[in-house]
Write a protein that binds this ligand. Structure first.
Ligand code: PMP
Length: 287
């Protein structure tokens, strides 16, 4: 069955839902987006994702024509119209169709759409460990563009992914312009050292990941020491375990970074947290 999407208040088959060639999301990457998992037909942490969507929109002076409640309902409708038990929603808000020339003043109404599909981030065997490279492409510094704003402009993440593809790796670690670890191309980074869980904060030029926050809270509730602090590449190479988190990625253990094998993959901390993560997801979808 063809996937159904939601676009400006209508449910349509994806092949019949179009956006204008003059949409500034397409012409300039002028817009914001979110990616949200759903399990057993219930979206996971949707309120947090919608809050971040509204915050990203505000940061780029884009006023959404819908409320949080409208978008909650739209997500429920999209899930209801598709035959997937588990899947992924992609919410996109663009500046809308406008004149050529980048001035957003000349765009009348934002385009808002929600796609729904399965999402496989990486090869199936990834649960046994990802191979990462360290990308030459850096994250933009915060004084140029704040990485907390989730906009449609993903070019440096894409360039990092191309580097990974060319090297035959699964993904790339991006450093900030100070040379410290920021995040992966579409996921946050965790390391485990001497029983503590460490992750760089968004001030290191990482997205303020919703899955990352969920894992930190989950770990704290299990009595695990959690530290948000900057990480050097040396810290990562010498960690006991490394793993990634994200709505798309969920939790993925890392086996190798630039030819350095991780001591344990998947390690005991990863296994414990992944089990707790899966249990929490199960509990939320049964609630
Ligand atoms: N960093 C980047 C660059 C991302 O695109 C994503 C995926 N949204 C993440 C981190 C993980 O964020 P979240 O857990 O909110 O999906």
């Amino acid at each position: 069955m063809e996937r159904q999407c939601w676009i400006n208040q209508a449910i349509k088959p994806v092949s019949q839902a179009g956006v204008a060639l003059t949409d500034h999301g397409l012409l300039y990457g002028d817009g914001v987006f979110e990616g949200v998992r759903f399990y057993h037909r219930v979206s996971f942490l949707l309120t947090e994702h919608l809050e971040r969507l509204f915050q990203s929109a505000k940061a780029i002076c884009l006023e959404l024509p819908y409320s949080m409640d409208d978008l909650h309902q739209a997500c429920r409708d999209v899930i209801a119209q598709n035959d997937l038990m588990d899947g992924y929603l992609r919410l996109v808000v663009t500046r809308g169709s406008g004149a050529l020339g980048l001035d957003p003043k000349r765009c009348e109404t934002p385009t808002v759409f929600i796609l729904c599909d399965e999402l496989k981030m990486v090869r199936d065997s990834a649960q046994s460990g990802l191979k990462l490279i360290v990308a030459a492409t850096r994250r933009m510094p915060l004084d140029v563009f704040d990485s907390q704003i989730k906009t449609l402009n993903y070019m440096n993440n894409i360039l990092a992914k191309i580097e990974a593809n060319q090297a035959g790796a699964d993904d790339a670690l991006l450093l900030n312009t100070q040379g410290r670890v920021a995040e992966a191309s579409a996921a946050n980074v965790f390391v485990v050292k001497n029983g503590a869980l460490i992750s760089p904060p968004s001030s290191e030029c990482a997205l303020n990941g919703i899955t990352r926050r969920f894992i930190l809270e989950l770990a704290a509730s299990l009595g695990i020491e959690c530290v948000e602090r900057p990480l050097s590449l040396y810290d990562v190479y010498h960690a006991d375990e490394v793993f990634l988190s994200g709505s798309g990625a969920e939790m993925l253990p890392v086996a190798d970074i630039g030819g350095r094998r991780m001591t344990a993959c998947p390690g005991p901390m990863f296994k414990r947290l992944k089990q707790a993560f899966d249990e929490r997801v199960q509990a939320l979808s049964e609630a």
